[in-house]
Design a protein around this ligand. Structure first.
Ligand SMILES: Nc1ncnc2c1ncn2[C@@H]1O[C@H](COP(=O)(O)OP(=O)(O)OP(=O)(O)O)[C@@H](O)[C@H]1O
Ligand SMILES: [Mg+2]
Length: 230
């Protein structure tokens, strides 16, 4: 890891600096219609770090992301978020109607709404950031295509570009590479690396940790119970 100094130079610290905690789940339990989806889970996400969440089908991975995103309130435990944290969530499956009158560029540009407001005119720099994010997921040729006309893998890449534009502090990705070909997986892995290098805390649910780049921590879920591997 490199750090930019005030004088514009670049140096490596002589000792590991404490990273910034973005999200903390402590003793979190979630009950869904009588099913204990999470049971006493502790999880922590740090700025610039990648946390992988693994576990078999039904073990509670998506539920954990929903709690992190604030979509599900736990019935026990605490969820602490660093103040002013912007969150981007790319869900496991996104039901985007084929007839939605939104292009890839429109959808990626929506990522800047949280910062700019929906009705403020985008500046040249905002449009450049959108084009840059689209290029980074190799969708420039499809930028004008309706989002509903993309393949599943292309759509996942577009949603990741939206997260890049959002400059979110916490990025939650639920199986972003499931069912994708090697090229799309590589593009997504590169985008995830870029997100962490930009300082985001990233949590990725995956069934295959080998397809992610360097992972800082792995959280394994078994029937709603968590174990940490480093
Ligand atoms: N609305 C609900 N009511 C009752 N049980 C639910 C509900 N939603 C999810 N569950 C159950 O909670 C458990 C955790 O679900 P979750 O979607 O978090 O699993 P997952 O680890 O993401 O699985 P997968 O790998 O299949 O995506 C599962 O057993 C699921 O059946
Ligand atoms: Mg899931």
């Amino acid at each position: 890891m490199i750090f930019i100094c005030n004088n514009g130079g670049v140096s490596s610290p002589a000792f590991p600096l404490p990273t910034t905690l973005v999200l903390s789940l402590r003793d979190v339990a979630v009950d869904l219609d009588g099913h204990a989806a999470l049971r006493g889970v502790d999880a922590h996400a740090h700025a610039g770090r990648l946390l992988a969440v693994v576990g078999s089908n039904g073990s509670g991975k998506s539920t954990l992301l929903s709690v992190a995103a604030g979509l599900i309130a736990p019935h026990r435990g605490t969820v602490s978020l660093r103040p002013k944290t912007r969150i981007a969530l790319v869900p496991q499956s996104t039901p985007l109607a084929a007839h939605l009158p939104l292009s890839v560029t429109d959808v990626v540009a929506m990522g800047s709404w949280a910062r700019l407001g929906a009705w403020r005119r985008a500046r040249t720099s905002d449009r450049a950031a959108v084009a840059d994010a689209i290029a980074s997921v190799e969708l420039t040729d499809l930028a004008r295509r309706p989002i509903g006309a993309l393949s599943g893998g292309q759509r996942q890449r577009a949603l990741l570009a939206q997260a890049l534009v959002q400059r979110a502090d916490l990025v939650l990705l639920d199986e972003p590479m499931a069912g994708l070909d090697a090229r799309s997986r590589t593009i997504i892995t590169t985008a995830i690396t870029r997100l962490t290098q930009n300082g985001a805390a990233v949590i990725v649910v995956t069934h295959d940790v080998s397809e992610l780049g360097s992972i800082d921590v792995i959280l394994e879920l078994h029937d709603g119970l968590a174990t940490v591997r480093t």
